[in-house]
Write a protein that binds this ligand. Structure first.
Ligand code: F6P
Length: 364
């Protein structure tokens, strides 16, 4: 099949490597198929409200190392359930899916590349079911998507957290403090676990293993008694105490996005520990630093591979699929198979065993 005109949008939270994908799709569609490439702005909002621009090889030449997304993104632009605050501050929702489809048709595109995490890809799948030729490209710092071994953006986020842990180690040791680093990841502990192992954390708390504060205290005290009166902990934002729920914020953005915003567990644990030990406890919340900035080479390569393979899949008419990394190869998986499933760290994960084998406490 020849490709005449293709569109690309980035949806959901941004991450490092999005621009590598945009560049790869643009270059490979133009170089191999002489196609026109339309960049849809601000995720699905650009389709709902008709905001887009032409992408060119020259126009994407300097973006490989750039963080964020030149197209913009949003995690509140679901065309099937578009949320807005009304005059009274209440959230109202509206179905713009028909308008989205009509705008897509007006653009006369052979394919829509939807770059996003599970929420964005599910919207992509619903649009595919309504007849749009969609191909998904998986991204998220959380690495929690089924169907792919890694998502781009994840390695960069882990590196940012690892760098932060390196810094917390030296200041924590100098001051004899317990240093807590709260990292992102939603309900998956991938960032916390891999950053913790690579940054030499003494305690790693992940959502997959509800923690027992007594076990955490045990580890900190044991270290202090053994001549190391300081500890470094990494805590996933979705970590929860045994028998309790994860801590969420009541921010207005939560209502607008329709999903609970996680955060606060680091300070919560700091308070709990401070009441029980003599060492000073400090918490650093890494937040969006994990999402911004220059992508690592790994994420640039993965983004470029996914982008070029997505264009090839479009030329072959393989719509309703997502390009994915499986055992070193880029393969196609049906978008249907994602089905809103979160890829958590399995209980029998070798990564978990690795951490515990070197004496890291997982709070159990
Ligand atoms: O899914 C990516 C992510 O960064 C999560 O790790 C985090 O919980 C969430 O997005 C934060 O979203 P927002 O940018 O809306 O605060």
């Amino acid at each position: 099949m020849s490709l005449k005109r293709v569109g690309i949008l980035t949806g959901g939270g941004d991450c490092s490597g999005l621009n590598a994908v945009i560049r790869a799709v643009t270059r490979s569609a133009i170089i191999n198929y002489e196609a026109e490439v339309i960049g849809i702005e601000q995720g699905f909002e650009g389709l709902i409200f008709n905001r887009n621009r032409k992408l060119t090889v020259a126009g994407t030449k300097d973006i490989l190392a750039l963080g964020g997304t030149i197209l913009g993104t949003t995690n509140k632009g679901d065309p099937f359930e578009y949320r807005q605050f009304d005059q009274d501050g209440h959230v109202t929702t509206q179905d713009y899916s028909q308008q989205t489809i009509e705008n897509f048709k007006r653009l006369d595109l052979d394919c829509l590349f939807v770059v996003g995490g599970d929420g964005t890809l599910q919207i992509g799948y619903r649009l595919f079911q309504k007849g749009l030729p969609v191909i998904g490209i998986p991204k998220t710092i959380d690495n929690d998507l089924v169907g792919t071994d890694y998502t781009f953006g994840y390695q960069t986020a882990v590196q940012v957290a690892c760098d932060a842990l390196d810094r917390l180690q030296t200041t924590g040791e100098s001051h004899h403090r317990v240093m807590i680093l709260e990292v992102m990841g939603r309900s998956a502990g991938w960032i916390a676990l891999e950053a913790g192992i690579s940054g030499g954390a003494h305690v790693i708390l992940i959502p997959e293993i509800p923690y027992d504060l007594e076990k955490v205290l045990e580890k900190i005290n044991l270290r202090a008694e053994g001549g190391s009166p300081f500890s470094v902990m990494v805590v996933a934002e979705g970590a929860k105490e045994i028998g309790k729920e994860a801590i969420t914020s009541e921010a207005a953005s939560t209502r607008l996005q329709g999903v609970a915003q996680l955060g606060g567990v680091g300070n919560y644990i700091a308070k709990q520990l401070s009441d029980r030990i003599d060492l000073e406890v400090r918490c650093t919340v890494l937040g969006h630093t994990q999402r911004g900035g220059t992508p690592l080479a790994f994420d640039r390569i993965l983004g470029t591979r996914l982008g070029t393979q997505a264009v090839q899949a479009a030329a072959e008419g393989k719509f309703g699929t997502m390009v994915a990394l499986k055992s070193q190869e880029i393969v196609l998986v049906p978008l249907e198979s994602l089905a809103g499933i979160v890829r958590n760290i399995p209980n029998d994960s070798q990564l978990i065993r690795t951490a515990e084998a070197i004496g890291v406490s997982l709070g159990r």
